[in-house]
Design a protein around this ligand. Sequence first.
Ligand SMILES: CC(C)(COP(=O)(O)OP(=O)(O)OC[C@H]1O[C@@H](n2cnc3c(N)ncnc32)[C@H](O)[C@@H]1OP(=O)(O)O)[C@@H](O)C(=O)NCCC(=O)NCCS
Length: 200
Amino acid sequence: MKTTDLPAVFSTGRKTILRPLNKATDLASIVRWVNDPEVQQYVGMFLPSTLEQEKAWLEKLDNDDKNIVFAIETKPAKGRPGTFIGLMGLHGINWKDRVAETGAIIGDKRYWGRGYGTDAKMQVINYAFNAMNLRKLTSAALAYNQRSLRYSIHCGYKVEGTRKRQIFKDGEYRDLIILGLFREDWLPIWRKYQRTGRVK
Ligand SMILES: CC(C)(COP(=O)(O)OP(=O)(O)OC[C@H]1O[C@@H](n2cnc3c(N)ncnc32)[C@H](O)[C@@H]1OP(=O)(O)O)[C@@H](O)C(=O)NCCC(=O)NCCS
């Protein structure tokens, strides 16, 4: 691998790295993922999205102090470069109350349910609490999105409530589960994760 091919690593976990998004190379994957019905069933998006729209979204992020989105890549192994598999973000950052909402998409479905999301999420939480000095993170997941609920709960989030019949998906109004995470509840999990690579 040439030095020029190496990613701009922002944070390194056990299975993944977080890096800044790259407009030149990331757009095609993002467009594929956000239009994929299997991904859309779990997220708020429901409209088709073009390359131009995703490019405009990325450009807007450049001057946005309320939203930060990282690319998730698998860690390079045995001289092979990592694979760009998803997005991990902090949204609605509120610098007064020191809160933000986490959100993620692993768009490459081959990587679902194999611990990559948890690893990337632990890194973004570490950044939010230990670099940005945020106090609390929230998250929201459709009640049927068990994988998302479970990975958030493994990271220390607690269910704070249910927005009943909030989101229209696949012909029905679905419940939305609201979760919250305080730094003090996450710190022991983080220490354990750093030591053992396990969250539970
Ligand atoms: C949600 C998402 C980011 C989680 O990342 P991930 O890498 O798949 O999650 P992980 O493998 O780290 O952890 C998933 C947990 O759910 C479990 N899980 C996996 N598949 C599951 C399923 N079908 N049902 C219930 N739990 C499941 C995993 O085993 C793990 O829990 P465990 O350690 O107790 O076994 C990813 O699956 C994704 O992007 N999905 C599509 C979009 C989405 O849902 N985004 C979030 C919107 S709120």
